[in-house]
Design a protein around this ligand. Structure first.
Ligand SMILES: [Zn+2]
Ligand SMILES: [Zn+2]
Length: 377
């Protein structure tokens, strides 16, 4: 330590957990040769930083002005402290504090990097329906308690395999301290069941589910924050049958298609609407329908608009993937009878949706918090 070193304590409040904040602070500290530590607390993030005064000034300024994209800083306080002899910068274990309040990030739509890996045959998470990273994936829907750390999420029961553990511990990896990190070896899996019987697992389950959708069947699909009911949106019979079973007289169904290009074949999409529909909250956006759209009239009776959303999880991307003969557009409506809340617990869903769906596409990552699809205009 030389005489130029000073110390600073920093407290940050806001949406700062589950958004890659600690890895961001870690890498920033390393780039500025700052020593000390960062940790999650029940009220936000706490940092002790030792370094040259100019480095500390840039450190705080960067945190304030250029935090991770998904973070929201409500308050940042600093206080000079004596310089300690830290030799490294570390991420410390979290310290729960009773009674503190902490805002949690909403679930985040799959990011472009994970999307690319999902469809790259050489990637070890190729076609893995639960791929995620620090920049995307489940947050709110899997949280049990704060601080937002893996044991406090529904991923706590999935023990990381050595390869995922290495990703999780590598500060230069996109999955550094990503709590829901998983892969086909150690993470959740899909299966397809009907009348309580397992019909297929993993990729076979996905392909069988797609085959059923192609053949006009109605599927209950366990998603991120609840269950959806899905069917081929271009089949008047399938859509009318779903409407009959759901007892939903004439309200429009939400629709999903693989990409924006496909949606443009069915609707007019302005720049503003394109920005909205690709937002990381993936809302349903009401779009003016094209006359030539093949979406069945029964999907939105008497309406000039269609409510579209993009696939916001890897599972939904795999489910809607474009293929010859496969429906371009799926109905993706909340899994409930009209007026009832959306189902999000497995046994509740089996009971309540058993009469509505021909089969269930399920997985073993529990949903702890119910999240409905949001609608934007
Ligand atoms: Zn990602
Ligand atoms: Zn793994």
């Amino acid at each position: 330590m030389n005489g130029e070193m000073s110390g600073l304590k920093v407290w940050v409040r806001g949406i700062v957990q589950g958004v890659g904040f600690r890895p961001f602070v870690f890498n920033l500290a390393e780039s500025l040769d700052i020593k000390g530590w960062v940790k999650n607390t029940s009220s936000g993030v706490e940092i002790e930083a030792m370094g040259e005064p100019e480095a500390l000034r840039r450190f705080v300024e960067t945190i304030r002005l250029n935090p991770p994209a998904l973070a929201r800083i409500d308050d940042l306080r600093t206080e000079p402290i004596p310089s300690n002899g830290y030799a490294t910068f570390e991420i410390h274990e979290s310290q729960p504090q009773a009674g503190a309040f902490l805002p949690v990030s909403p679930d985040v739509a799959i990011c472009p990097d994970c999307q690319r890996e999902l469809f790259t045959p050489a990637d070890r998470r190729y076609r893995y329906p639960f791929i995620n990273c620090t920049n995307c994936g489940p947050r709110f829907s899997i949280i049990l308690d704060i601080p937002y750390d893996r044991p406090n999420t529904s991923m706590g029961s999935f023990k990381l395999c050595p390869a995922c553990q290495a990703d999780y511990e590598n500060p230069r990896d996109r999955r550094f301290h990503a709590q829901p990190v998983a892969c086909p070896v150690c993470g959740p899996h899909l299966w397809l069941e009907a009348q309580g019987e397992k019909l297929a697992e993993r990729e076979d389950a996905l392909q069988s589910a797609r085959e059923m959708l192609k053949n006009g069947k109605i599927l209950a699909i366990k998603g991120l924050g609840g269950y959806h009911l899905a069917c081929d949106a271009s089949s008047p019979t399938a859509v009318a049958e779903l409407r009959r079973r759901k007892k939903r007289s004439d309200k429009a169904f939400a629709l999903m298609a693989f990409d924006l290009e496909t949606i443009r074949k069915h609707c007019l999409v302005s720049d503003e609407e394109a920005r909205l529909i690709t937002a990381h909250t993936a809302p349903v956006v009401l779009l003016n329908r094209r006359a030539e759209s093949t979406v069945a009239a029964e999907a939105a009776p008497g309406q000039a608009t269609l409510g579209f959303m993009l696939p916001y999880t890897p599972l939904h991307l795999l489910l809607t993937e474009l293929a010859p003969g496969f429906p371009e557009v799926l109905v993706m409506t909340s899994g409930n009878l009209s007026e009832e809340p959306i189902a999000y617990q497995d046994n509740d869903a089996r009971q309540r949706l058993g009469e509505l769906a021909d089969a269930f596409l399920l997985h073993d990552r529990p949903i702890h918090m119910r999240v409905d699809d949001s609608v934007a205009r």
